[in-house]
Each structure stands twice: as C-alpha cells, then as structure tokens.
Design a protein around this ligand. Structure first.
Ligand SMILES: NC(=O)c1ccc[n+]([C@@H]2O[C@H](COP(=O)([O-])OP(=O)(O)OC[C@H]3O[C@@H](n4cnc5c(N)ncnc54)[C@H](OP(=O)(O)O)[C@@H]3O)[C@@H](O)[C@H]2O)c1
Length: 326
C-alpha cells in the first residue's frame, strides 16, 4: 500500500463540519475535522452539497432553545436540519435510494452543517433535475411550516383574505405563495425595501410595518400567519375578523383576553410534521416554476458564523444557505 492510499483512507474517516462546543454567540461555531458518520439501518449517508439555515439553528446554538424548551443538547453539536446532496451510501434495509441519487430533506437530529450526514430514508425526497442544491436546501423546514400554517392550521379557502406578517422571510415567503395557490387574497407585511419582492411573489397588498398605520387593517383578515412574533402583538389580533384565526409561527405572545373579546382562534403551530411525499410534490412545483425558493444569501460552510449573524439580524430575505464541498 502506497503512502497516498493510506492517507486517503485516513481522510475518508473524517470530514469538515461546523460545531459548537458551548452555547454562545455566532463565533461559538467552529469549522473543524470530525469523524465521518456512516449509514445505520434504514438510513442514507448523504454527501451534503448545501445546508439550509433556520432560526432554530441559532436558537439552539445560543442556548435560547435549551432555556425555553428545556432541550439539552449533547455537546459538541453540529446544527442544521435542511439539506440537499448526493447519496454516498445506503444502510441496511434502505429501499428507496441508491448511491448517486440527488436528494433533499431534513435530518432527524440536526447535523447538516457537515460534508456528510446520515438521514433516515423516510426524511428524504428525490431532487428534481431542474432544482439546484442551494435552492433545494432552502426549502424543507420553511416550506413545511408554511404549508402547515396555511392548510392544516388556518385552513385557508379560496376568496379568503390572509395576512402574512414577515412575508419576506424564510417561512413567510412560502406562506404567501401557498396562500395564493389556495386562492386567497394576500396582504403581505414587510418593510418597504421588500415591497417589490412581496408583489413579485403575488401579494395583493403590501403593508409596510415601518410606515403604515395598523388601524387600517382592523378586522380585514380571515387568517393571520405571524412569522415574526414579539412580546405584545395586539395589532395582529385586531387585524383578524370575528371567527377568524391567528397562527403563531414565530413564538409571539398575544393577549388571550383580546382574542376572546374579538372572537379570534389562536392556533399555536409547534413542529410541522415531515412528509416525504409532500416534499416531493413541493419539489415538483418548484421545478415547474409554480413556486419559488428565494435564496437571499449563500456562503461556504466555513462561514456558518456569518450566516448565523445574518439570520439573527432578522433582516434576511428568503433563505440563507451554506454550501459544502465543491
Ligand atoms: N414552529 C416551527 O416549527 C417553526 C419552524 C420554522 C420557523 N419557526 C419560527 O418562525 C420564525 C420565522 O422564521 P423564518 O425562517 O421565516 O425567519 P427569517 O427568515 O429570519 O425572517 C426574516 C424576515 O423577517 C422580516 N421581519 C423582521 N422583523 C419584522 C417585523 N417586525 N415585521 C414584519 N417582518 C419582519 C424581515 O423582513 P424586513 O427586513 O422587511 O423587516 C425578514 O425578511 C422564527 O422565530 C422561527 O424560529 C418556527
């Protein structure tokens, strides 16, 4: 065995990944060599080409999620749920995929900010040829959350008016499009700089929360989907008509007394369930051009700290995606 052969075998056991060793600011993320995982039973080892960034990733990194949900992570921890890549190897019992397939989906226990991650085959879908890895990696969590908010929670019907707060964000820009596809009239709430973006996605009206008067929206919406949250969002409750619903996605607090008085149903959305068939259908719509995944920023995996700082600024448009490998 030559030197080079031995070296490559050693390299195959490790990979680049981003981890945090303690809770902290974006700089807590370290780009380092770690042990490469392998595919367990009914798992697929994916060579990650792109990993999507979600606010949950930095809510875990900062320690916020540990405090709020009592979630205790085993450190060091590799964040990241959303991914797109190529099947490297399949574990025992895998029937749907084989090496070389292009896939996208969500890991079961984070770990996507890495060159390789093991994912249950049930949490993946085949990636249509027309979709690139970066776009695809921006889709799963945001699109599922948006789909669940529009269909399972708000149960939007044709002709209804839906107000989407944070319509330019990861979840919001999908919710806007799903509500339009459901036949609703959509009022998008964004800052002025995202007006044209929201209109291009199909918004019927754009409300600039930095300039416009919330009083004008009182009672206009059959459903409000709030991806922003905040301490007290009275104006959002007031924008729902009697008998309508408010779907909190962004951990907002709403006065139960006011909601009761107006007759607003507040329907908390916890974790949207993952469904591989639905992801495949969303992929087809994206490939056909009926749906658009906006990638506001893409950067190398090694710059995960910068990606987290951008996401935490709450100023990102659409999705932020990390690119792994060449
Ligand atoms: N329950 C779940 O399973 C689940 C799943 C996914 C996400 N979430 C939560 O949902 C929230 C949204 O996630 P995301 O990925 O959509 O976030 P995001 O992409 O980071 O949202 C950024 C967007 O929010 C807009 N924004 C910021 N402040 C605003 C305000 N006051 N009013 C209106 N828009 C505002 C920004 O637009 P401007 O620059 O125009 O202000 C920006 O485009 C997060 O808290 C996340 O943790 C929950």
């Amino acid at each position: 065995m030559g030197m080079d052969e031995g070296k490559s075998r050693t390299n195959a056991k490790t990979m680049n990944a981003v981890r945090f060793h303690e809770y902290g600011p974006p700089e807590a993320l370290r780009f380092e060599r770690v042990t490469r995982p392998s595919a367990g039973t009914r798992e697929v080892l994916v060579r990650v080409r792109a990993a999507g960034v979600n606010p949950g990733d930095w809510q875990m990194r900062s320690g916020w999620a540990a405090e709020k949900f009592g979630l205790s992570l085993t450190l060091p921890f590799t964040p990241g749920y959303d991914l797109a890549g190529i099947v490297e190897e399949v574990g025992p019992g895998v029937t749907r995929y084989r090496a070389g397939d292009r896939v996208f989906g969500m890991t079961a226990a984070a770990g996507a900010y890495a060159e390789f991650v093991a994912v249950p085959e049930s949490r993946l879908a085949l990636l249509p040829a027309a979709l690139d890895d970066v776009q695809a990696a921006g889709v799963p969590m945001s699109a599922f959350t948006a789909w669940t908010a529009v269909h399972a929670q708000a149960q939007v019907l044709p002709g209804q008016t839906v107000l989407i707060n944070g319509a330019s964000g990861g979840v919001g820009h999908f919710a806007l499009q799903f509500a339009k596809l459901a036949g609703a009239r959509v009022i998008a709430v964004t800052s002025g700089r995202n007006r044209a973006f929201a209109e291009a996605l199909g918004a019927d009206d754009v409300f600039d929360y930095t300039a416009d008067d919330w009083a004008a929206l009182a009672g206009v919406a059959d459903a409000v989907i709030d991806t922003v949250g905040g301490e007290e969002t009275e104006a959002l409750v007031r924008s729902v008509r009697q008998g309508g619903s408010l779907v909190p996605v962004g951990w907002g607090r709403y006065s139960p007394e006011l909601a009761r008085k107006i007759g607003v149903r507040v329907q908390e959305l916890l974790m949207a369930p993952f469904e591989a068939d639905r992801l495949a259908r969303i992929g087809e719509r994206l490939a056909a051009g009926d749906l658009r995944a906006e990638i506001g920023a893409a950067m190398p995996l090694a710059e995960a700290a910068r990606a987290h700082a951008l996401s935490e600024s709450r100023r990102a448009r659409g999705k932020i995606v990390l690119q792994a490998g060449e």
